[in-house]
Design a protein around this ligand. Structure first.
Ligand code: SF4
Ligand code: SF4
Length: 420
């Protein structure tokens, strides 16, 4: 393992006794179905089956990490490995990485994915300093793959059986090559599925090595209860040994890696039990309470009323509370439309010092993304001062809009007229 960083406990056996890794469970959804997975639980590809995680919004994840860092001084790796796939909701994964990098620029960033939707984000991953990525590739023959994956979803299209297998494989290979072009270390996990792929995994090893993968991990299946393979026997020691020995003829193999969970925190095999309680606590954290967010952003035409929808606001007015009342600070230009969900992530960055955003309307998707940045979004009409009093002084808001009073986004398609 030539270019593998020395302090990553999963990639360096010596480091595994000294350096801890932390998983941030910020990926709630998945874009494929593996027949050994029951999505009531965490992603089996990098986690213990049958374990259910809390899910954190990006702002909650970074707050949790700051608190954890006081107790766990030897964290070297910050990873995202579930509970679903990090690239089923790439905006949450990238936003988390961006926030974490601001606070912990020296840590190693590591991701685990099924690989289906990684290729479009490789440049951003490299820019964010992600140095290690794990893909689970269980087969390179679509005829075998289709037994493992009943469907995969790309965008709004669902592919099934053989087509699903072909699409998944194409995207995995493409992403692997792109990641290696960026110098990112790539580990490939293969789940040993007796009678399905156990004799095929060495072929996977040969192929991924030829594309530049650095190391492989062959993991015996423990299918989740309720999954398609729930009755599948676990591979015996002979099968595991044989598979690993044949794989080793093609590529370095990882042997010390223990199954972890999407919210693992600590040394490999010695997770910090109190982290689970902390996660539950931070998962309940409300946006906009942070004292390091002194401002409130307002969508207004003239500076008196809250009367703009977010999608039509070319700029936002920023206010703060002073001893002499509320004070206008500045106008901030909003990100231009045309970049899909990234527009709203940029908006979250733009307002990273704001505890709330007052708007007359906002679509569901931007609402979700901006709230995930830690900003309380209030849809209201009426005087700006009334909204500011609600945020800064917890006063009741008479002009708060009913959630369905304006179906923002129904007719808008990112043309500066709305939020979709
Ligand atoms: Fe489950 Fe992970 Fe497979 Fe998604 S990628 S179906 S979460 S095992
Ligand atoms: Fe990275 Fe996987 Fe190790 Fe987590 S378990 S730190 S995702 S290699």
């Amino acid at each position: 393992m030539n270019d593998i960083k020395p302090l990553h406990p999963c990639f360096d056996k010596e480091s595994s006794h000294k350096h801890a890794r932390v998983h941030l469970p910020v990926a709630p959804k998945c874009n494929i179905q593996c027949n050994y997975c029951n999505r009531k639980y965490d992603c089996v590809n990098e986690s213990r089956p049958g374990v259910t995680s809390a899910v954190l919004a990006p702002f909650q994840a970074v707050t949790y990490l700051k608190a954890l860092h006081h107790q766990l001084k030897n964290i070297s790796v910050i990873g995202i490995a579930g509970p679903g796939d990090p690239f089923a909701t790439p905006e949450l994964t990238l936003e988390t990485l961006r926030l974490v990098k601001e606070t912990f620029p020296d840590k190693i960033f590591c991701l685990s994915s099924n690989g289906l939707n990684v290729a479009p984000y490789v440049n951003e991953l490299a820019e964010l300093g992600v140095s290690h990525v794990t893909f689970t590739i269980n087969a390179i023959d679509p005829a075998i793959s289709q037994i493992i994956y009943p469907w995969v979803r790309r965008g709004k299209v669902v592919y099934r059986k053989l087509q699903a297998a072909i699409v998944l494989l194409e995207q995995q290979m493409k992403a692997l090559v792109l990641l290696k072009e960026k110098g990112i270390t790539v580990k490939v996990n293969s789940i040993i599925l007796p009678g399905v792929n156990d004799r095929h995994i060495p072929e996977v090893a040969r192929m991924v090595k030829s594309l530049g993968a650095d190391v492989m991990n062959c993991i015996p299946v423990v299918a989740s209860a309720g999954s398609g393979f729930e009755k599948m026997d676990e591979p015996d020691a002979t099968m595991i040994f044989r598979t690993r020995a044949l794989v080793k003829e093609h590529i370095d193999i990882m042997t010390h890696c223990a199954r972890c969970w999407a919210e693992a925190a600590g040394l490999l095999g010695q997770d910090m039990e109190s982290a689970y309680g902390m996660l539950q606590e931070y998962a309940g954290m409300v946006p906009g309470n942070s004292t390091d967010r002194p401002y409130v952003a307002v969508a207004t035409h003239e500076g008196l009323l809250v009367n703009q929808h977010l999608g039509e606001a070319g700029s936002l007015s920023i206010y703060r509370q002073t001893h002499n009342g509320f004070k206008w600070i500045e106008h901030r230009d909003t990100p231009k439309p045309g970049t899909g969900d990234f527009r709203w992530m940029e908006m979250g960055n733009l307002l990273s010092d704001c505890r709330a955003l007052l708007v007359s309307g906002v679509g569901n998707k931007p609402l979700e993304i901006i709230q995930n940045s830690g900003i309380r979004v209030i849809q209201m009409t009426g005087l700006i001062d009334e909204g500011l009093e609600a945020v800064f002084e917890n006063k009741p808001l008479r002009t708060v809009k009913k959630p369905d009073a304006f179906k923002c986004g129904d007719t808008c398609r990112g043309n500066a007229q709305g939020c979709a």
